[in-house]
Design a protein around this ligand. Structure first.
Ligand SMILES: *[C@@H]1O[C@H](CO)[C@@H](O)[C@H](O)[C@H]1NC(C)=O
Length: 527
């Protein structure tokens, strides 16, 4: 149902095909190989990240097949390429590929050594998958970004995602709407509502307001409507009088726009009120139309502020609402929506600056991840034909940890995760209540002993055919996963770093391979 369903197999880098051909020529294309996806650091200088994109990976693997694309490949690969290779490509699919991964929507503590997804299968096939899989998971970044905006906003305020027009292309826009739903309540993106069932919201832009110039444009002018217009005019005089405002400054075009919208949607009246001046026009016009609606038995919804100092204006607007509530108590609690280039920082300000904003709309800073535009996920070979592979780099940050791994989350007695243990997949899992020794990363190779109150195995076998999570399921998953996390790891600024440790055996393997004493034939994993 998503337009992700058909990520075409050519949406990859050419070198995947040149390598696949060279493997095929060497007769190695069927060798069993294992790759891992991981990223080096939590984004946004945060203490955690969220994993997303796995469903898209499953969809990609399901449909991975070459048909007429093969002719194009024939034209771009060197003429010396053996024609039989193209037949090999036509016969390929992902039936021999298995995935083990941390489930969609899980909180993770990214480190170089923590595998988020393991892709295993015939060497040529799993190599060909690299770029497309990375492209599918890297933008999961926006999921972590949305979680931060939610933490900054606190649990109660309603959040609207409205970034489509600023997003990185149509696919970026749709992905952003889908992933940010983990921390948001609505999207403005109708296609995202259609495809993923995310609640959609929105009313009007300034263009709608400025397109009106006079009350003559309010249609149709039948008897009832004349009443509505005159009722509104009556309320406008009362409101101006009450607030000591000059009725001469009130824009007639704006009043016409509000009236016309209220006629179209008497139950959903929520106009943008800053087209001209909030205090000397928009707010007065709103109160007049809304009070007339109330008199006719309808319930107006609220207003949107889209410029200036949102906090201060929202306080002024609330004050006027209370003043104008006359005998209508609900008038004081109308909704105030704020949308003005909201960043994580301005969202956080709402929790300590006085304001009356009920709903916040966020666009650019959310969907484009202005604070950090790339997650930097990588895909590294860790095993071929049952032998661990490791990339040793002069830059220790770029070395990889060899072998197939398992990741366990250890919880303390209060149910908070306190340590993620990366071990070899063949090791016996840690047990609740049993002390274990391990090597925390970044702690000069000294071992510590810990006793978990509870152990969760994070990596799960995924079947290419398994049912996918809905946007609502992922949202619930993320929220419960974040709930268990200790607040010190969720702090937006300078969070306490979460401990990730290697098992004794994995630590030994790394040391052995670094010393060069573990070659292919005597490796501990060879059996
Ligand atoms: C939006 O906010 C950013 C900083 O958060 C600022 O650099 C940028 O100029 C603002 N854009 C507009 C249109 O106000």
């Amino acid at each position: 149902r998503s337009f992700r369903e058909r990520v075409p197999p050519l949406l990859t880098d050419l070198y995947q095909f040149t390598m696949a051909y060279a493997y095929w020529r060497a007769g190695r294309h069927q060798e069993h190989a294992v790759f891992e996806i991981f990223f080096r650091d939590n984004p946004f200088d945060g203490g955690f990240s969220l994993l997303a994109g796995l469903d898209d990976c499953l969809l990609f693997l399901r449909s991975f097949r070459f048909t007429e694309e093969v002719e194009f490949l024939r034209s771009v690969l060197p003429p010396a390429t053996d024609p039989a290779f193209f037949q090999f490509l036509r016969d390929l699919d992902c039936s021999g590929v298995t995935l083990r991964c941390i489930p969609e929507g899980t909180v993770v503590f990214a480190r170089l050594q923590v595998p988020l997804m393991e892709v295993a299968g015939p060497l040529a096939v799993v190599q060909l998958l690299e770029t497309s899989l990375l492209c599918l998971v890297n933008y999961a970044l926006v999921c972590s970004n949305a979680a931060r905006f939610r933490l900054a906003a606190g649990p109660r305020r309603k959040l609207l995602e409205m970034g489509l027009r600023r997003a990185q292309g149509p696919d970026g826009g749709l992905t952003a709407s889908r992933y940010t739903y983990i921390g948001f309540d609505f999207t403005s993106n109708v296609q995202a509502g259609f495809l993923f069932g995310i609640p959609v919201a929105g009313t009007m832009a300034h263009s709608y307001i400025t397109s009106f110039t006079s009350l003559e444009e309010v249609r149709p002018q039948n008897g009832d409507l004349v009443d509505f217009i005159s009722l509104t005019k009556g309320w406008l005089s009362r409101v101006c009088e009450l607030l000591g405002a000059e009725s001469g400054k009130v824009r007639e075009g704006e009043l016409a726009a509000f009236l016309s919208y209220a006629i179209a949607y008497p139950q959903n009246f929520l106009p943008v009120i800053d087209s001209y001046s909030v205090s000397s026009s928009g707010l007065l016009n709103f109160c007049a139309v809304a009070l007339a609606l109330c008199e006719l038995g309808y319930k107006p919804v609220g207003v949107r502020l889209d410029s200036g100092d949102l906090c201060r204006q929202s306080v002024d607007v609330r004050c006027v609402f209370r003043c104008c509530s006359f005998s209508i108590p609900a008038f004081g609690s109308l909704i105030i929506v704020g949308t003005n280039n909201i960043s994580e920082q301005s969202m956080a300000e709402l929790s300590w600056k006085e304001n009356e904003i009920d709903v916040v709309g966020v666009g650019t800073h959310l969907v484009t991840c202005t604070k950090q535009p790339s997650l930097g996920c990588v895909y590294k070979l860790v095993e071929v034909r049952g032998r661990p592979r490791m990339k040793i780099s002069e830059d220790p940050e770029k070395s990889t940890v060899p072998g197939r791994k398992a990741v366990y989350r250890l919880l303390d007695a209060e149910g908070h995760p306190f340590l993620d243990l990366v071990s070899l997949a063949m090791e016996t899992p840690p047990e609740a209540g049993v002390p274990l020794s391990c090597y925390p990363l970044g702690c000069d190779n000294s071992a510590v002993s810990v006793t978990p109150a509870q152990v969760i195995s994070l990596c799960q076998e995924m079947f290419v055919t398994q049912p996918l999570c809905s946007a609502a399921e992922t949202r619930a998953k993320v929220q419960s996963s974040l709930q268990t996390l200790h607040p010190r790891h969720k702090r937006l600024q300078e969070p306490d770093s979460y401990t990730v440790a290697l098992s004794d055996r994995l630590q030994n393997l790394v040391a052995e391979i670094q010393r060069g004493s573990s070659d292919d034939s005597n490796c501990v994993l060879a059996n």
